[in-house]
Design a protein. Sequence first.
Length: 591
Amino acid sequence: MSFVSRIQYIIAPLLALAAPSLWSQSVLVQAEAKPSVVMVGQAATYSIRFLNTDSIPNLNTPRVAGLDFNSTPSTSSYQQIINGRVSVETELSWTFRPTETGAYTIPGRIIQIRGEEIAIPDVQIRCIPMDEETKSRALLRLEIQKPPYYVGQALPARLALLVRRDLNLANVAFPESEGDAFLHSEFDNNPIRGTITYNGQSYNALVWDILITPIKSGTAELRFRQNIALQIVSPDSRFPSVFSMSRTRTETTTLATEPINTEILPLPEDDRPDGFTGGIGKLSIASEVSSTDLTVGEPMTLTLTVSGEGNFDRISPPELPEWDNWRIYPPKVDFTPEDDRGFEGSKSYEFILIPQSEEITEIPAIQYATFDPQTATYATDLLEAVSVNVAPSLKPVDSAPFIPGLSSDEEEEEDRIPENILPLQADSGNLHPYGSILWKEPSFWLINFGTGLVLGLLAGWSRRRRRILTDTALARRHRGNRKVRKALQRARESARKGDVPDFLEAARFALQETISHLSPHPVEAKTLVTSDCMAILDSSNVEASTQTKVTAILDKADAHQFAGISIPPEELDALNRQLASVVQELSRQNR
């Protein structure tokens, strides 16, 4: 038996004998923050120690405005025996970072341990500005155009993390935006790397080029935060300076950009052109047809290309009116970026058009409108009508009756008189029935009824199929309903598993897709933000109670995505039932 095993055999009985004395001791609780004075952005620890007990209740993470706590605490525990007396200590600790200067109180609470009420005391801390030396270690800078900003506008921006060259970056997380007024494109795993000089210091730089989009009007603050860990080398005071000994420590810190306080403006409602489909920026449109010599019933393509600088991810297809004698199908969409952010490029919409009459003489003119945020005005491009020649169908329908066995090339045969004619019978003879009468048999009616039912179903399916091919709105709803069913199924599975992020994502898409069917104009469901959804519901005269249910679900999804505010998993079942109910109500409205 090893030495360690022997020690375990000795200590285990002693702990068992000393356990009753542990229960006889009073439970003590201590709470503190280290350090009690902490700079903004620097990491600190809030800990609660429980003495004379190894059983502690579940405690929620503290919530204090101005202090950013990690949601999951760390736990440690140890026991010791001194003169036969057992001492047990268990500690819960949370890491937090101040986001603003000032004096703060982490509030205490009353808990129950072994039927006894135990008071956890308040803890006072003071947050001071970051000193210049610490501040100069690393910086987070945001470069973006000056306001005004409009809802839906794509704002090209550059976010740069600067780390002093004499320090090493041990760990880094992606920057995160604060608040729910802005969205941003994803951060690249391979940012631009370089070296720059700022305020007389040399820095290594990690640079991300992104797009930032305001999504709600009103007063807002634009700010990014980023958690990093730095390796700092300092002289080791344990050795004389002549030995030049040093040691390395890792410090975590939170960086923040300078806040930009601005007013996000809604797009002007006055004089908004009918051809506006969400394009904001310096944009123009061009058209191209596959051919001007057409045939009735034969397809051709009309390609509309929007190019320039703007919010390509939020632009809906140009709207083609219902032209007489034309069948129009939803467009195929393709985007070709000219920069890494997708701010410059061209987006093409390829429409399939089928002429239905040889009386067509032109492809009508098309209006396309955009909004220029620099001048705060709408601009309209007019694509002139294109003259076309439409020939009759190459496969005309023959209206003459079809007579089997007789063709136009054959001459009519002369009447032929049979050589032998039988003599007439003097009497009519007797009738001898052959077999049974079919219409009196049940099988006759079953077969005919079944055949009629099948033909009716096929006719109904064929009619609906033709409607889907000719009615673009119905085709859009048909495709969208399948997406909604899949999203609802995904939400049910996520609710059953307690997966909050996946449930909220599926619920948001189910509502976006369902609401998009209520829009009189084709829209891409994923581009709809909460304000867009509510505007569509309001214009569609959806009941206020239904709008309230939609808002409740979308607000929870927005709060989780943009502010990190989660919901308890046990609420998912009720929320899933509410989601299914509101989707059903919206579907009835859509009919």
